[in-house]
Ligand binder design. Structure first.
Ligand code: HEC
Length: 229
């Protein structure tokens, strides 16, 4: 075959591959979805109960402006991936999980764990004999982790977000919001570390992240087995 004879088959393969990847495969995955709208406002998905709003929405903006999505994804993979085993979610993430967000913060790189369900009680679900299992990942735990990730997990490489906190002299009674840090990391005597409104909003956003609600296109939820490190 002359060199130009290869051109047509090559172009055909390139065309067929792009058609498959950009049109046919997405259509097979999502084509059968039926829209679910709330009658009253015509906008919000009726099948999705966790619509973040208020403080959590402000926190989402802090999440984006601080660049958390450069190290954390919000897509739990299904199939053979270990995401469910790691305790990052009970099922894979589907498009509808992000339907209420103006710009979904999916992220592309995983230097840290996926945060799709970090607000769920079952997130990570480390075995009880794990020496690093936190008592509970509640708001005060997340605040301390943001202030100093090393305070909450040995060898953490997550950057500290100290600029979202104020270290100030205690005048009168200490603030009820002051972080209770391990001694070696706490503020100098007579001072306290208090979260800024941005830090509080960010933690409200983290607490709102729970996409474990069943959705028919996501398939059956599976209980996380022993998490893998
Ligand atoms: C340079 C990469 C990087 C960036 C940027 C980053 N993280 Fe992390 N994050 C990590 C790594 C690595 C871990 C795992 C170690 C740990 O738990 O500290 C982690 C862990 C976490 C955890 C889980 C902690 C646990 O063990 O339960 C949360 C929640 C979290 N990050 C939130 C955030 C938020 C919010 C931001 C933005 C303000 C952020 N991260 C920015 C790398 C990053």
């Amino acid at each position: 075959m002359s060199r130009s004879g290869f051109l047509f088959p090559i172009l055909l393969i390139a065309f067929a591959t792009s058609l498959g990847v950009t049109v046919l495969i997405p259509h097979a995955q999502l084509g059968a979805l039926t829209p679910d709208f709330k009658e009253e406002d015509g906008l919000v998905s009726d099948v999705y109960p966790n619509v973040p709003g208020g403080l959590a929405e402000v926190g989402r903006q802090v999440y984006v402006s601080e660049g958390c999505q450069t190290c954390h994804t919000q897509i739990v993979r299904g199939g053979d991936s270990a995401d469910v085993d790691r305790g990052w979610g009970s099922r894979r993430t589907v498009a509808r999980d992000h339907v209420t967000e103006h710009t979904p913060v999916l992220g592309a790189l995983r230097l840290g764990p996926d945060l799709s369900n970090v607000g769920s009680e079952k997130w990570r679900n480390e075995p009880s004999d794990d020496p690093y299992k936190p008592a509970k990942r509640d708001a005060s735990w997340h605040l301390k982790h943001l202030y100093n990730p090393l305070a909450m997990g040995e060898g953490s490489i997550m950057p500290s977000y100290k600029h979202l906190f104020l270290v100030r002299k205690i005048t009168g009674t200490p603030s009820p919001d002051a972080l209770q840090l391990p001694k070696a990391m706490s503020a100098p005597t007579g001072s306290e570390v208090v979260p800024t409104p941005e830090a509080k909003a960010l933690v409200a956003y983290l607490g709102s992240l729970d996409r474990s609600h069943p959705l028919k296109e996501a398939g059956k939820a599976t209980a996380a087995t022993t998490p893998k490190k």
